[in-house]
Ligand binder design. Sequence first.
Ligand code: H2U
Ligand code: ZN
Length: 352
Amino acid sequence: MCPGTLNIRVIEFGQHPHRRYNPLLDEWVLVSPHRTQRPWQGQQEGTADERPSYDPTCYLCPGNTRAGGHENPTYASTFVFRNDYSALLGESIESSPIANPLFQAQPVTGECRVICFSPRHDLTLAEMSNFEIDSVVKTWREQYSELAPKFDWVQIFENKGAVMGCSNPHPHGQIWASDAIPTLPAKEAESQLEYFARTGSSMLQDVANAECKSGERVVTETDHWLVIVPFWAVWPFETLLLPKQSTPDFNSMSAEQANDLPNALSQLLVRYDNLFETSFPYSMGWHNCPGNFENPNAWTLHAHFYPPLLRSATIKKFMVGYEMMAEPQRDLTPEQAAARLREVSGVHYKQK
Ligand code: H2U
Ligand code: ZN
């Protein structure tokens, strides 16, 4: 190299360690693509997944008695009940005076519910028909309509798979509605408001437009929905489901968007299962616009999917060490993850 020549190299995403910015949470993630080849001799998760369509010992199957003593009806589609062990309660209590600002506490009230997605103990959303998934979407929307006027935050979510701490394999999700906006949605609110104030458009609408155009992080798209591995994804096969045309929440969603949603969910979840030919574990959740939000146009309805699996049905990503002490880190790039998910079949492996 001649003296005085600058040795400038730009980041190659698939090769160089780099950090990426998450504008929703105002956080950074370390990407280390050169590390994907390292050996693994640690924990292996189990994959067995044979279940009967009805389990007499399951707390969630139709007609069975739950842990709290209540009897489930012989439901035929979805079934919602108040969580027998709710993390949030309805009783409102007074705030105690703050003696020391280093030790603050505040009261919180709310309501927790459980949604059974199907009477069938052996199904998962990934294996349900679009018609069956539509019942789940309708239930989510009804629950949101009922709870959103009463609570500032309605968190609809699903923990799937024992590896995610799911307590029961019967297909189900949960709702935790609270009068306080929890930490992560509060950050998203602040970021989206700030972005709208600065640019005059919704952050996730701009993300959807850019991702549709480039296509490199798109997993699948339908007429009205887009599934991407976000540029700033932390989990190996993390995805973001968002409408192509921004809408703040389930109530404001168009009929076309609602009708098309089961299709988008199915396409993503079938691909997840096909990736390692296993019932793919994840935590997913909907982020609807909070109640009394000062600018609903700034907020885009979206769902996050955080699956822990990394390299096979038995090898998961651990968020430990550097992740706990410094910041999240990933090996596989989001572009590589999206390509892997795009390449797998859209037909569920069990149907082949
Ligand atoms: P998971 O989504 O993590 O599996 O949690 C299931 C919820 O179902 C859990 O919050 C509730 C638990 O309190 N549950 C009942 O309300 N009644 C029961 O009989 C079993 C589980
Ligand atoms: Zn069951």
